[in-house]
Ligand binder design. Structure first.
Ligand code: AMP
Length: 417
């Protein structure tokens, strides 16, 4: 016997039950985002490696060690997209969207790829949904963006949700603060993890992302960027907070929140769930006022977030029974019944908008009734040699119908003939 082939490590097959929950979430996403003026965008699943090197940042974990990068047959370096913001901004520039009325509001949903150690809630191919509002630095867009994710999580039934927000200020503020933090870390170098120590020069802020106990101890009395904001950035942050307060959105201001991507300026935020284990982040994002320029476009502000579909669903109640609202019918057949008649009844019921399945695996009538029960059918239409019966599965009542057409009418009307 040949060995069966397995899916690559860290990937996920979505089977129909989960597939249905994901489609339901996609529908909610489209509804929530469309009502706030966001339009769907699709960009390629692979991009030039250069886009992420420039857009995400050379010293980030993603670019340093997590990208699926390869050379195509023409010798170009290609990368499977590890995140969506760089692509959305590339598309904004490439399609001259700065000529449209601003801000341009976009949302996306699709597969993303990172070479990470697979564990619960962490995959090498995962699905993100995200929004981007490009072309304005109005604080209402930061607040709107945050509230859209809150609404999506609420719609998904995600449990134990917490929101942390902070502000990273401008690149200048960040540079001055980085120098200050660098000095602080150098003075405590022996406490730090190797990883953090190796990055003191290049990216000291990333120390805040570490869960290494020594690093955390070294950071406990470190200065916070949020205390170093210039007056304009502090004002922007307080306006974002005022809008969240007015919307009744709970949050915690957390000066240790830096996020793993280099492009953020001003507002950053992250939603997490207490229902998830170590990988507690549901989604997050922030403002990226320098990114478009970095990608070769005109100076253009933007704000957005991305959230993980698999994690949202892991943290959701999982109680999706009640989403089965359509009436459901199973068309059973006796041994000597005309299979064309059963097929036709099922088709007619489907055309009427009902959920209808029929016997397609040669079960006995008894087996079919058991199967119908397992499927949660409200009715079974039993097609016999000479007659058609309708069984109401909630009461057990069974009665004959004068014709196949009458059986269809009967179940379509909910049994009230
Ligand atoms: P990030 O772009 O890293 O902020 O990721 C945004 C969200 O995507 C996270 O909060 C997770 O919900 C999800 N996510 C990121 N990486 C992974 C992964 N490797 N597996 C599953 N979900 C992920």
């Amino acid at each position: 016997m040949t060995e069966p082939i397995r899916a690559p490590r860290g990937t996920l097959d979505v089977l129909p039950d989960d597939g249905r929950r994901r489609l339901e979430l996609l529908r909610i996403a489209d509804d929530v985002f469309a009502r706030a003026g966001y339009g769907p965008i699709e960009t390629p699943i692979f991009e030039s490696t250069e886009l992420f090197a420039r857009g995400v940042g050379e010293t980030t974990d993603i670019v340093e060690k997590e990208m699926f990068t390869f050379e195509d047959q023409g010798g170009r370096s290609i990368t499977l997209r590890p995140e969506g913001t760089a692509s959305a901004c590339r598309a904004y520039v490439e399609h001259g969207m700065h000529k449209l009325p601003q801000p341009v509001k976009l949302w996306y949903w699709g597969p993303f790829f990172r070479y990470e150690a697979p564990q619960a809630g962490r995959f090498r191919q995962f699905t993100q949904v995200g929004v981007e509002a490009v072309g304005s630095d109005d604080p209402s867009l930061d607040a709107e963006s945050i509230l859209l994710l809150a609404e999506l999580l609420d719609g998904a039934g995600t449990q134990g949700v917490r929101l942390r927000i902070s502000s990273l200020g401008t690149p200048e503020t960040r540079r001055a603060y980085s120098d200050e933090l660098r000095e602080h870390l150098r003075a405590r170098e022996d406490l730090l993890s190797d990883d953090v120590r190796a990055r003191i020069d290049r990216n000291p802020l990333r120390a805040f992302d570490s869960d290494h106990p020594g690093t955390q101890a070294a950071l406990s009395d470190a200065p916070r960027l949020i205390d170093r904001l210039n007056p304009e950035d502090a004002e922007h942050f307080s306006r974002v907070r005022a809008l969240l307060d007015a919307a009744g959105q709970p949050y915690e201001v957390d000066g240790t929140l830096v996020r793993g991507l280099d492009y953020y300026t001003r507002t950053v935020f992250e939603f997490e769930s207490t229902e998830l284990g170590a990988q507690s982040a549901l989604g997050g994002g922030g403002r990226y006022d320098g990114l478009i320029e970095q990608l070769g476009g005109p100076p253009t502000p933007g704000v957005g977030w991305a959230a993980g579909i698999e994690r949202i669903l892991l943290a959701a109640s999982g109680d999706d029974e009640e989403t089965r609202v359509r009436r459901s019918v199973f068309v059973a057949t006796t041994d000597d019944a005309d299979p064309v008649q059963a097929f036709d009844i099922a088709r007619e019921l489907r055309l009427r908008g009902l959920h209808a399945e029929l016997e397609q695996a040669g079960r006995s009538l008894k087996g079919q009734l058991k199967h119908a029960d397992r499927l949660g059918a409200d009715y079974v239409v039993i097609v016999g040699d000479e007659d058609v019966q309708v069984k109401d599965m909630s009461t057990g009542d069974q009665r004959p119908a004068a014709s196949p057409g009458e059986a269809v009418e009967l179940v379509a009307a909910g049994g009230r003939a």
